[in-house]
Each structure stands twice: as C-alpha cells, then as structure tokens.
Design a binder for this molecule. Structure first.
Ligand code: GDP
Ligand code: ADP
Length: 228
C-alpha cells in the first residue's frame, strides 16, 4: 500500500494558512482541503450543517466539533483531494477534532504559525477573498490587479463577515484557548514545527525547506511500496 503524506497547517485567523497553502500547492503540486472554504460552501448551499455553522460564524465563534467532524471526516479520505499527499488547512482546530483525526489516520507533519496579534488584526482589515475559489488578496501585501476584482475570473471580491472587527477580536481570543491543547498534542507526538515571524515571505523558505526534506522521501517510499 502506498504511504500517504498527511499534513495539517494551524494558526490563528490571518496567520497565513491560506496564503502558504497556495504556495505549497504551486511549488509542490499538493492540493489542499480547507475547513473554512468547506464551511463557506455549505453555508452558500444552505445545507443543514451550513445553516447551523452560520449562526456561530456570525458571532465569531468556532463551529461546534460535532458539526465539523460530521462535515469533514468523510471528506478526509476523498481521493479527489489528492492521491499521495493530503494537506489539511484549518482542521483540526480543537483537541476533540485532533483526536478524531488521529483515530482516522496518522499525520506526518503539523505546521504551526505563530504570528503577533497586532499583525493579524492589521492583515485581516485588508483581506478580500474570491469565495468560489478561496483565493485570498490583501490590499497591501498581494493586491488584485484591479481593485475589488479576482485576477483569474474577473468576478467580484468580498470581505468576509467574520473579518469585521467585532467578530475578529472574539475569534482571536477563542483561538488561543482552543489551540494550546492541539499544539501540545502534536508536540507530544514529535511532529510539530512552529514558525514565528511577522512576514509570510520570511516564513515560507523555511516551510519549503522542511517539506522538501519530507515529501520526496515519502513519495519515493510510495513508489517503492507500489512496485512490491
Ligand atoms: N501584509 C501582509 N499580509 C499578509 C502576509 N501574509 C499573508 N497576508 C495577507 O493576510 C491575510 C490573511 O492571510 P490568510 O492566508 O488568508 O490567513 P489564514 O486566515 O490563516 O488562512 C490575507 O489577506 C493575506 O493576503 C504578510 O506577510 N504580510
Ligand atoms: N476546524 C474548524 N472547527 C470549527 N470551526 C471552524 C473550523 N474551520 C473553520 N471553522 C469556522 O469557519 C470560520 C472560517 O474559517 P477559515 O476560513 O479557516 O478562517 P480563519 O482561519 O480566518 O478563521 C472560522 O472562523 C470558524 O468559525
């Protein structure tokens, strides 16, 4: 059986999970599953879970674990996401989710982004997204070519409801409380890699170097395993 590479990227809202995942997708050809995008798809499609999730997101709260795990666990084995590499963004976010994921599969790497609070607030004030694709822009860091318009499709960009300052402070405070046990969980497993900086451009080379050492080895194992 081919060995899968499985990784998660964790960090508070605005820490760069989406931005770094785009770079990983581009450099390593790995697709990812983003729990935030998935929640937003369910809200837009008005599924039962989406309707439930919306009430929490509007208040800047996490969606409860039983809703998240019911939504996401069936998708984690979805081969359309990736055959050899699975990359999860924004999940798990609580210890209960980490334990649920752990009983479904083993992870190889857990990346933890540690970014100062003031930097997060400043970034999210300027964040604009293209909901259908999940593409993220920042009016200072990576602005679209035309203000308010997605570069690829020409469709309008929006500011997310939960990036409003009232929801934001609650989200950032809550993140800190729930993330600590998850970080400790992965530290105890010996797979935690923490990156601290105010700039994605300074963090990215270190993440890229880490993945270069991990992914080829695992993909080589996978090729060997599949020939025996
Ligand atoms: N100024 C600045 N903005 C950044 C940097 N890295 C990411 N951003 C922007 O900050 C916002 C939050 O990043 P995002 O990847 O969406 O974070 P996530 O919530 O963790 O997925 C987005 O608007 C990004 O374009 C950076 O190094 N500097
Ligand atoms: N794993 C999760 N557990 C609980 N709620 C989640 C999870 N992933 C996403 N959400 C909900 O969806 C919202 C948007 O998620 P996301 O796009 O990852 O944004 P951010 O990292 O900026 O909070 C979160 O603020 C939260 O309410």
């Amino acid at each position: 059986m081919a060995k899968l590479f499985r990784a998660v990227i964790m960090g508070p809202p605005g820490s760069g999970k989406g931005t770094i995942s785009e770079r990983i997708a581009h450099s390593f050809g790995l697709k990812h599953l983003s729990s935030g995008d998935f929640v937003r798809e369910n809200i837009a499609a008005k599924t039962e879970a989406g309707v439930q999730a919306k009430t929490y997101i509007k208040k800047g709260l996490l969606v409860p674990d039983h809703v998240m795990t019911r939504l996401l666990l069936p998708r984690l084995g979805d081969d359309q996401i990736q055959l050899v590499v699975r990359w999860y963004v924004g999940f798990p976010r609580t210890l209960a989710q980490a334990e649920a994921l752990n009983s479904a599969c083993d992870l190889d790497v857990a990346i933890n982004l540690n970014i100062p609070l003031e930097t997060l607030k400043e970034r999210l004030r300027h964040r604009w997204i293209h909901p259908p694709s999940g593409r993220v822009y920042n009016m200072c860091f990576n602005p679209p070519r035309v203000q308010g318009i997605d570069d690829i499709t020409g469709e309008p960009l929006i500011q997310q409801e939960d990036d409003r300052p009232e929801a934001l402070v609650a989200r950032l405070r809550h993140y800190k409380d729930v993330a600590k046990p998850v970080i400790d969980f992965y530290k105890a497993k010996g797979i935690l890699y923490t990156f601290s900086d105010t700039e994605t451009d300074r963090i990215w080379p270190n993440i890229s170097a880490l993945l270069s050492t991990k992914i080829p080895a695992i993909q080589t194992d996978a090729r060997c395993a599949s020939t025996h």
